[in-house]
Design a protein around this ligand. Structure first.
Ligand code: ATP
Length: 269
């Protein structure tokens, strides 16, 4: 499976300034990016380069200062069921069981109880949580919570899945397994995915394209086309082509991180 050539998501001349006057911060400077239907795009960049801001604008949680985002030709003016979001911090409802968390959005939409139950069960199966339907979030590990969050986002059948460091709080081992699981789910669900991460391996492993951002104000520095075969598993991470992409991305991100930390000044101290 791969991206089809229809445009899904268009980010057009988007800038973002927070605040005004002397205290204003320009977080994004003229972002233009077109993401195809069913494409998996990673946004990679140093801390503070505006990755989360860009994703929040696509999600409709933040308004751009100038420019616009459109999905399937419709301008984004706020959050909507066509865009599902998963964040690093666990955002499950603690008073609802796994199954009820996954059903939440469907209930809001007025989907009948039997249908909701069937959809939730399907996603519980896909993310490997069979047997945990009636468990509450406090009894789940971080990886399990994120699997519920992904299932909850997918259950609403969004066109686009927006992921902001979804595995950032997980240990390395769990993180690797979650990346593989997400790829399998993506392959089955046929969604457009935008993944924000500062993890270079993760960005390349998952994506069709890696968008590397410049440090503040955030701009696109380079887009790396990841031409690794799918389906991918962990072994691809040691292939020569993967390592080539990684070397390129490390160079780009390191340069930007050094600017952000003002390393030139540090080395002359
Ligand atoms: N609500 C806000 N008000 C003021 N400034 C903000 C706000 N949100 C973000 N910023 C600023 O915008 C810039 C970009 O922040 P953003 O969180 O998008 O970066 P990021 O690349 O996601 O960083 P990280 O990887 O560290 O999470 C930062 O300088 C941040 O301080």
């Amino acid at each position: 499976m791969g991206a089809d050539n229809r445009e899904s998501l268009v980010i057009s001349d988007v800038t973002k300034v927070f605040g005004d006057g002397k205290k204003s911060v320009q977080a994004l400077d003229t972002i233009n990016l077109t993401i195809k239907n069913k494409e998996f795009v990673s946004i990679l960049g140093a801390s503070g380069c505006g990755k989360s801001t860009l994703l929040r604008i696509v999600g409709g949680l933040e308004k751009p200062t100038t420019g616009f985002v459109s999905l399937g030709g419709q301008k984004v003016t706020g959050p909507g069921p066509d865009r599902g979001m998963v964040f690093q911090s666990y955002t499950l409802f603690p008073w609802l069981s796994v199954k009820k968390n996954i059903e939440f959005g469907l209930k809001q939409k007025g989907v009948a109880s039997a249908k909701r139950s069937q959809i939730a069960n399907d996603y519980i199966e896909i993310v490997g949580l069979k047997g945990f339907e009636d468990v509450y979030p406090k009894a789940l590990s971080g990886g399990m919570k994120q699997r519920v969050a992904i299932a909850r986002a997918l259950a609403n059948d969004p066109e686009v899945l927006l992921l902001d460091e979804p595995f950032g709080a997980l240990d390395m081992q769990t993180r690797g397994l979650m990346q593989e699981l997400l790829l399998q789910v993506w392959q089955q669900s046929q969604k457009t995915v935008v993944l924000v991460t500062h993890d270079i391996d993760e960005a390349i492993f998952m994506a069709d394209r890696v968008v590397v951002m410049k440090s503040r104000p955030g701009e696109i520095k380079e887009i790396i086309d990841v031409d690794l075969p799918r389906p991918r598993d962990y072994r691809v991470r040691t292939s020569p082509l993967f390592l080539e992409y990684k070397a390129r991305a490390v160079d780009l991100v390191r340069n930007e991180s050094m600017k952000e930390l003002d390393m030139d000044k540090l080395t002359t101290l």
